[in-house]
Design a binder for this molecule. Sequence first.
Ligand code: SF4
Length: 694
Amino acid sequence: VIALGQPQREVLTTCAYCGVGCSFVAELQGDRVVRMTPYKDGKANHGHSCVKGRFAWGYATHRDRITTPMIRASIDEPWREVTWEEAIAHAASEFKRIQAKYGRGAIGGITSSRCTNEETYLVQKLIRAGFGNNNTDTCARVCHSPTGYGLKTAFGTSAGTQDFDSVMQADVIMVIGANPTDAHPVFASQMKRRLRQGARLIVVDPRRIDLVRTPHVEAAHHLQLRPGTNVALINALAHVVVTEGLVNEAFVAERCDPVDFGIWREFILRPENAPEAVAAITGVPAAEIRAAARLYATGGNAAIYYGLGVTEHSQGSTMVMGMANLAMITGNLGRPGVGINPLRGQNNVQGSCDMGSFPHEFPGYRHVSDDAVRRAFEAEWGVPLDPEPGLRIPNMFDAALDGSFKGLYVQGEDIAQSDPNTQHVTAALRAMECVVVQDLFLNETASFAHVFLPGASFLEKDGTFTNAERRINRVRQAMKPLSGMADWEVTMALSNAMGYPMHYSHPSEIMDEIARLTPTFAGVSYELLDRVGSVQWPCNEAAPEGTPVMHMGGFVRGKGRLMVTAYVPTEERTGPRFPLLLTTGRILTQYNVGAQTRRTANVTWHDEDVLEIHPHDAEQRGIRDGDLVALSSRIGETSLRARISERVQPGVVYTTFHHPESGANVVTTEFSDWATNCPEYKVTAVEVRPTNRW
Ligand code: SF4
C-alpha cells in the first residue's frame, strides 16, 4: 500500500511497457515515486492510461533489484560483489582475451527494446567500433523483424505508416494477429471509440479475442483461421479484390511499380488463391472471405493494425508484404485513416530497430555495405568499420555451439526465457566463456552469466523511447540510478575499458550524434522535444516538427513494390503424437516474461499462465476446467492449468508466457521466418494430457 500525499515534485516521462508510449507525470516525495498520473497533453495517450502504466511501477524499487556489480569465474560458482571498476575491467579483459584467442568475430551483443534510443545506439556503436564487428542484434529479432523487412521492401522504410489519431478517420479497421485490448490498451480504447462511431471491424485471428464482441462493438467479420495460414488468407482477400474489379486503378497507376504489379496480378489470379481453395487451408468459409474483402476494398478508408500474430511465423515477412499488397491495390495508403500499422510490443521496439541494432544496418536502416554511409560513420566514430553483416541472435547461438562464438553482452533482455527452444539457447549460453548480463534483476539468462552489471529502470533514466507510430518521446529521470550508474554510462565505461574511447556527459549529446548521422532524425534534439512534447520521424529540414502520416505524395522508395507472396505451409505439422496447434498471446495485467509486473505489489495480478482448450478437445482427453495438464511438443514439455474455453477452435490451444514456471518457450520450435529468423512462436504442434505433476 502506498501512502499518498502531496507530491513535492513532478517529472514528465514515458511509460516503459508497451509500444503505445503513454506520457505520465511521476509524482515524488523526496526520491520516492508515490503516483504515476497519465499526462493529459501526452500525444499518444491524451490523458489515458492502462493498469500497467498507472500502477505497475513498483518493480523499480523492488527488493529483487541488484544494485551492486558481480562477477564469477564460472557459472557453477557463487556470485562475488565487486566495484563497478572491477566488474567493467573484468568484462573488458575477458572480451579482449576471447578476441585474441578466437578472433574479432567471437564476441557480440544484444540490445534491448526496453532501453532508450541513446542506450541502444551506444551498444551497437560499442560493438561496431569497439568490438570491431557487426555482431549486434536486438530482441526485436524475435518480435517485429519481419515488419522491418516487409515494409522496407514494399515502401522503402521499416515503420508503420500512420499516427494513432489517424484511426479516428478510418471507416474500416482490420485487426490481424493482434489483441489490442490486452496488449495495447490505450490505443484499443481509441480504436473502440471509432468503432462505436460506426467504423466497421474485421478481425483476423485464430482466437476469439475480446474485440470481436465487446460492449457496443461487434466485428462485421471474424476470420477465425487456423494458426499458420495468414498468407493464404491475405492472398485470397487480394484475389477477390482483383477478380471482382475492386482494384484502385488510379492509385496503382500513379504509385506502384507497373512491372511488379503485372507479375503480382498474374500470381494472385491463380486458382490456389481463390477463396474456395483457401477455405480448405484456413478453415474460413469462402463467403466470409469474399465479404471481408469487399468491405475492406469498398468501405471507405481502410486501416490495417497488426501484431505478433502476423510476424512470429515462418512466413512473417511474406505476410507483412501481403498486407502491403492489399493496401496498395485498394489505395489505402498515404492519407489519414488508412495504412499498415504494426502494434509494437515493447516500449522501444521501433527505436531499437531505428538505432542500428540489426547486424546488417547502421542507424536509419542503411546497409553496412553501403560505402558512402559507412564512410560517414567511420568519419564520426574515428575507426574503420566492417562492411560485412554480423551474426543474428540465432546465428550467435549456433556459432556458440560450434565453438566459434564465445562472448556476449546482453543488455535488458532475458534470452534464456523469451527466446524459443529454451534448451538450445541455454546450451549455447553454457558454451560461451564470458556472458555479461546488464539487467534490473537476476533473470534466467543471468544463471549463465559471468559478469552481472546492474541496470537502471525507466524512472532512473534520461533519454527517449520511440513508440509504434514513430513518435519520439522524452524519458526523464525521476530518481538517481540505484546502482550509481546509468545504463549509457555503463556501456561507455565498458567501451573505454575495451580501448575504444567514448566521452559523453549527457544522453542529449548521444542524440545530437544520432541526429548528425541519421537523416530521418536530423532535426531531433532534446531542445525540440522539450519545446513541442514529442515528434514522429522523419524529422528533418523537410519536416521540422515530424511526420504523422508517411508516404503522402509518394513512397520512400519511389514506386510501391508489390511482391509475389506464395503461401508455403509451415514445416511444423500436427500428427498422431502432437495433434493440436498451440498459439500464444498476452493478458492485460502482465507484460512479456513478467519480470516487472510480477514484482509489483500494489495490485493483484493474475498469478499463473493457463492453457485455453476447446471443450471438445478437453472432453476427448478427460480434462476438466482447472486441471493441471502436461503440454508437450517434440521440443519439450511443461505443466500448467487448463481453462476450458470456446475462444479457441477445436484443434487449437492457447497460452500466455508471463511466468517462468510454465515456460511456454520450453515447447516452441526452432522454425523461424525465412527472411529474418523471427521465431515461429505462434505455431507449435502439441499434445495435452492431464497430470498430477506441478
Ligand atoms: Fe503503458 Fe502501454 Fe498501458 Fe500506455 S497502454 S500505460 S504505454 S502499458
